[in-house]
Design a protein around this ligand. Structure first.
Ligand SMILES: NC(=O)c1ccc[n+]([C@@H]2O[C@H](COP(=O)([O-])OP(=O)(O)OC[C@H]3O[C@@H](n4cnc5c(N)ncnc54)[C@H](O)[C@@H]3O)[C@@H](O)[C@H]2O)c1
Length: 363
């Protein structure tokens, strides 16, 4: 079945949706885009051209679009603080929802959204695009099924040069914790996925160097403990001097009982521990066994749009369904809480405290 989509947000990353992620799914009959919304008329016109829509299918008001357009689901690509308002409009019209990460800009709003979706009996998933990128999927397949033995440590480095005002989208320069909310939401999510278990404890430090033209903290160091005994180390800066590990070129390393797997700048390599013998083993990045990237027709959001439609068709629930994705949001907000307290935070108890208070409010 071809699903009808109302798309919200044609500028910023929304333009990538209009020119890159939606069109292949239109071309192969997975979806039909039946409406487009952006408050910026110029972005709306650009999006309209990418998608080949008629002027009467395009709106500068989401409320008006939801009143006018019949769709099976809406796609949300506007800043996180505005996601909940669109979710409310979609649920009022009985639509399912595929939203950009994070679910919302606060833990409270994220739990509220998950609860509203459940109460309405609709489906909602979140596009954790980077987890489903070709390079991260290759790394995951390399370590899955205990191929390198039990996972001990997952490390990640993100180092992007977005220090000049407006270079990373204005709202990120104005918000609290841009690195944790807008960046780490992807990286911590991938780390938990590679570790293969929920995170039970997180300890974060965050700060802003003088040169970062931001209101919130741009630099973070995070330590994580996972339920299966694995550990995580994360270092990130969106105001780094040289852009060493920019978006899509991040460094990940998985240390396991019998090997090491490294992803750096989209190149994957693996090192295997030699059979027991005299002497110690030494290795060097760049001299391991190179691993070709997995092949596939669709990656990132293009793939997630297709998987969402398969879920609507009665297929398996998406890995990033809104309820499970609360784990990723909890990682971020528990890290923020840890940075505030200066001590580790127990992630599952932290998440549960919001679920409990949401159910008390609902009574
Ligand atoms: N998965 C990824 O890799 C990735 C990358 C970038 C952004 N994002 C996510 O995408 C979302 C949007 O981020 P962005 O960087 O594109 O933001 P942005 O501010 O650059 O652009 C958002 C667009 O939304 C429009 N908009 C704002 N309020 C609106 C409203 N009420 N109704 C309709 N349109 C409205 C703006 O005019 C603009 O065109 C965020 O949730 C962000 O986290 C994800």
């Amino acid at each position: 079945m071809t699903y009808k989509v109302l798309h919200i947000g044609a500028g910023g990353f929304g333009e990538r949706w209009c020119d890159t992620f939606l069109p292949p799914n239109v071309a192969d009959g997975t979806i039909e885009v039946v409406g487009l919304v952006d408050i910026d008329a110029k972005a709306l016109e650009t999006g309209r051209n990418h998608l080949g829509l008629k002027p009467e299918q395009c709106f500068t008001s989401a409320a008006q679009a939801f009143q006018t357009i019949d769709a099976d689901f809406c796609t949300i690509v506007i800043p996180p603080a505005l996601h909940e308002g669109i979710v409310d409009l979609a649920l009022a019209r009985g639509m399912h929802i595929l939203s950009e990460k994070p679910i919302a800009d606060t833990m409270e709003a994220s739990v509220r959204i998950a609860d509203k979706v459940k109460a309405a009996g609709r489906k909602m998933a979140v596009t954790m695009s980077h987890r489903f990128d070709q390079d991260k999927s290759t790394l995951r397949s390399l370590i899955s099924g205990d191929a390198l033995g039990r996972i001990n440590t997952v490390s990640c480095r993100f180092a992007g040069d977005f220090r000049v005002y407006d270079s990373w989208g204005r709202f990120r320069h104005e918000m609290v914790h841009p690195m944790l909310i807008e960046g780490a939401v992807h990286h911590l999510d991938i780390m938990a996925d590679l570790a293969g278990a929920p995170c039970i404890s997180i300890f974060a430090r965050s700060w802003k160097p003088d040169w970062a033209e931001y209101k919130g903290d741009t630099d973070v160091i995070v330590m994580m403990d996972f339920e299966n005994g694995g550990h995580g180390v994360y270092e990130a800066s969106c105001a780094q001097a040289t852009g060493l590990n920019d978006w899509s070129s991040e460094y990940f390393r998985v240390e396991a009982a019998s090997g090491t797997a490294i992803l750096d700048h989209r190149e994957v390599e693996v090192f295997h521990r030699h059979p027991p013998g005299p002497g110690r083993q030494t290795s060097r990045q760049g001299r391991g066994q190179q691993v070709p990237l997995l092949t596939g027709r669709k990656w990132q959001n293009t793939l997630l749009i297709e998987e969402f439609c398969q879920w609507l068709d009665g297929g398996p629930a998406m890995a990033t369904n809104v309820d499970d994705n609360l784990q990723s949001v909890a990682l971020v907000f528990a890290a923020i809480e840890s940075a505030r307290l200066g001590e580790p935070v127990k992630v599952q108890e932290y998440l549960q405290s919001f679920r409990n208070s949401a159910s008390i409010e609902a009574r």
